[in-house]
Design a protein around this ligand. Structure first.
Ligand code: NAD
Length: 712
């Protein structure tokens, strides 16, 4: 795990060797430096070729080293680039595949760059809230021109090598190599060595080129305005503009110094920390502590979906999109017909918007079949049940599945609230049963909670996690509990939202505060979208199971008014037909006020303090809601329902519209300091109108706060 060294004739070849993408970790950097020194010391070597093993040249920094001292240990990337640049023998980058971030910066430090077509070229640092930190902002404009370079740096998106090589005047690549790259690179290197020895001219260095723009001030002014509009919550994109601007009209070293200052300052911003947390969290979520990475997987080539309703249709689309055939099963033909029609309608609307081509539509619909008969799905590798949310119906379905499905088939349930262990017990093969909790609309939402039953086999889990990747979901493992990770937490958040109404807020005030914090949607707009009747059904269950648990009655009163949300044309807000705009409702505000009066009357009658209406600040609104999530998250973590704090954050970032620039509830709590979180919770507990037991810090939170530690 470093870099390999060999000689081919008079050329030394250094091959980066750190799978999967030759991340520039400490061993790799040391290996490259040692290779360069060895090549320079060897009189028989006239030139050096630097290339990547496998499918990548280099994907950049090694994410395994993120945040560790190894990431910056010498030789760091800047020192390494200096070594290449100053080498008295020609150094040629032979770019065989992906060249991104630090990998591209390394290549830009070489004297020449030879590439093949089809290579993805990018400086993606902005995606983790940074700018390129090893000369990318200074060298890329020098070889591609200011505008192309800035586009690439601000977007972070990959561009194909053939496109870049075709730009007039570009100096990034020599003409692309059509044949064998290494043969071409070694021969090119030898030729350049001979030319160089003959002429005595200095070797070309990107730093010695000039970056120019005819109308620099106007262009950068324009770019800055564009970027400001696009990147509301993130400072990095505007800083990319500053850094690239420094490449024009300044000395290279001055530009580098500014790049460095900006990079270090961004590294400390909460936004970059949040983005890095999410980036690492996404990858970490795919790993399950006790399931080895090399667990053999079951093949998933055919899928069956039971129930062709809202979820069944959306779930099916995921697999059709990935080219996997799906059979939907229902009890009645008309339900199947409706399901198929909805899927077709969805694809047709994508077609109209230009997001899907006609042949793709036909291809996907061609992969879909339907049946009323279990025998027709017996050979599916994975079956996902999405029927009514009633244990009796689930029992019937799983007993039938157990009877017909081939051995080794994975039996998954999309239940949101029912006990997956109970569902597994309806079969003789509980090891093959797992929860796959998709979110609505299932073809759009990124999140998939994978619910691990007590008996779920490790290879079933590993296969489902892998399948999630195939259908481009972010999968997070949850243990079995009521609501799993996401909905169990949101219940506490909703309870607080209800208390806020009783204490003087309007739904619009709460939503506005939460949306200003960065949530895609406040709790009441979310309720109207999801359907307020869902929460009502859950509360009715709670009134039986946990009679001591306090809820605001406002949400029940709303449902009693028939205001279920957008689907009934009225909820917490009023709606105009065919529009989604939430219009504050005088009727609802009146209902809330009447309810407050009822509470006051009851309090007086019971000799309890009467709730004084007060103006509640946005800050209090946000923290009551977010810390409600955090406290329940801490319990979930302690109970082992979630394997790690970042899993909880991934659930909230991908399934609940939590603001990305805050990194998820647990990351946000860490950024505030857990000591402060606990202090604030104590203040909330002292509010006579809140629920003191609600604000009892979870034992894990209390312990971490006392020890000065954090969740993530
Ligand atoms: P839905 O009412 O839209 O669809 C259910 C479908 O199942 C109907 O078409 C019905 O005909 C069919 N069905 C009922 N019994 C059946 C049986 N015995 N065999 C075959 N088909 C049968 O419901 P939905 O919203 O799609 O929810 C389905 C499941 O997904 C539930 O478990 C629900 O909790 C879960 N879920 C729903 C959402 C959501 O937002 N709607 C989100 C996540 C999970």
């Amino acid at each position: 795990m470093g870099a390999k060294y060999e000689t081919r004739g008079k050329v030394a070849v250094i091959t980066l060797d750190n799978p999967p993408v030759n991340g520039l970790g400490f061993e790799t950097r040391t290996g490259i430096a040692a290779g360069i020194e060895r090549a320079l010391a060897d009189a028989a070597v006239v030139a050096i070729v630097l290339t990547g093993g496998g499918r990548a040249f280099s994907g950049g920094a090694d994410i395994k080293e993120f945040g560790s001292s190894k990431a910056i240990a010498e030789p760091n990337l800047l020192s390494l680039i200096r070594l290449l640049e100053d080498a008295p023998k020609p150094v040629v980058a032979a770019i065989n595949g992906v060249v991104m971030g630090g990998g591209l910066e390394l290549a830009l430090g070489c004297h020449y760059r030879l590439a093949v077509a089809g290579v993805d070229v990018a400086l993606p640092e902005v995606k983790i809230g940074l700018i390129p930190g090893a000369g990318g902002t200074q060298r890329l404009p020098r070889v591609l021109g200011v505008e192309t370079a800035l586009n690439m740096i601000v977007s972070g998106e990959p561009v194909k090598s053939e496109l870049l090589a075709s730009l007039p005047g570009q100096k990034l690549f020599e003409p692309l190599v059509a044949g064998d790259l290494m043969t071409a690179a070694c021969s090119f290197a030898e030729t350049k060595a001979a030319e160089h020895a003959g002429s005595g001219a200095p070797l070309p260095r990107v730093r010695d080129l000039k970056a120019r723009h005819d109308n620099a001030d106007a262009y950068f002014g324009f770019a800055r305005n564009m970027v400001k509009g696009m990147a509301k919550h993130f400072p990095a994109p505007a800083k990319c503009v500053d850094a690239v601007q420094a490449s024009v009209g300044n000395s290279f070293d001055d530009g580098m110094a500014l790049e460095r200052d900006i990079f270090i300052a961004l590294m400390m911003t909460p936004e970059s920390k949040a983005l890095r947390h999410a980036f690492i969290g996404e990858r970490a979520a795919a790993k399950i502590a006790d399931v080895p990475q090399d667990t053999p997987l079951r093949a998933i080539k055919k899928v069956a979906v039971i129930g062709a309703g809202t979820m069944g249709g959306g779930i099916s689309m995921n697999f059709l999109n990935a080219g996997i055939p799906v059979t939907m099963l229902e009890t009645k033909q008309d339900a199947l017909d409706r399901g198929v029609a909805t899927i077709r309608k969805n694809y047709e609307s994508q077609l109209k918007k230009g997001k899907l081509k006609a042949d793709k539509l036909d291809q996907r619909m061609g992969l879909l079949s339907t049946t009323l008969n279990y025998a027709d799905i017996a050979d599916a590798d994975l079956v996902i049940e999405a029927v009514f949310e009633e244990m009796g119906v689930k029992e019937q379905v799983f007993k039938q599945l157990d009877a017909v499905m081939k051995p080794g088939a994975i039996l998954a349930s999309n239940t949101s609230t029912l006990d997956v262990n109970r569902i597994a017990s309806f079969t003789q093969r509980p090891q093959d049963v797992v929860g796959m909790h998709f979110f609505s609309p299932a073809n759009v939402m990124k999140l998939l909670e994978v619910v691990r039953g007590a008996a779920t086999a490790k290879d079933v889990l590993a296969t489902v996690m892998r399948t999630a990747k195939t259908i481009r979901k972010t999968a997070v493992v949850s243990g079995v509990c009521d609501g799993f990770i996401g909905n169990r937490m949101i219940e506490q958040y909703s309870r607080q939202a209800g208390f806020l109404l009783e204490e003087g807020c309007t739904p619009a005030q709460v939503d506005k505060a939460v949306e200003k914090f960065g949530f895609a949607m406040g709790p009441f707009r979310m309720g109207d979208l999801a359907g307020n009747d869902i929460g009502w059904a859950i509360r009715k269950r709670r009134y039986q199971d946990k009679p001591g648990m306090r809820y605001s009655k406002t949400a029940d009163l709303l449902c009693e008014m028939g205001r279920y949300g957008q689907k009934t044309g009225a909820g917490w807000y009023d709606y105009v037909p065919d529009k989604r705009d939430a219009i504050p409702s005088a009727l609802v505000v009146q209902m809330i006020e009447d309810h407050r009066k009822t509470l006051a009357t009851a309090a007086r009658a019971g000799g309890e303090p009467v709730l004084a209406q007060r103006k509640i600040s946005d800050d209090e609104i946000v923290h009551r809601l977010v810390y409600a999530l955090v406290n329940e998250g801490a319990k979930i973590l302690e109970e082992g329902i979630a394997g790690k704090a970042s899993d909880i954050d991934m659930v909230y970032l991908t399934g609940y519209g939590f603001p990305l620039h805050r990194g998820g509830p647990m990351c946000y709590a860490d950024s505030q300091g857990l000591f402060n979180v606990v202090q604030t919770m104590k203040k909330f507990a002292a509010n006579p109108h809140d629920d003191a037991s609600f604000w009892q810090p979870a034992p894990l939170l209390a312990r971490l706060a006392a020890e000065g530690k954090s969740f993530t």
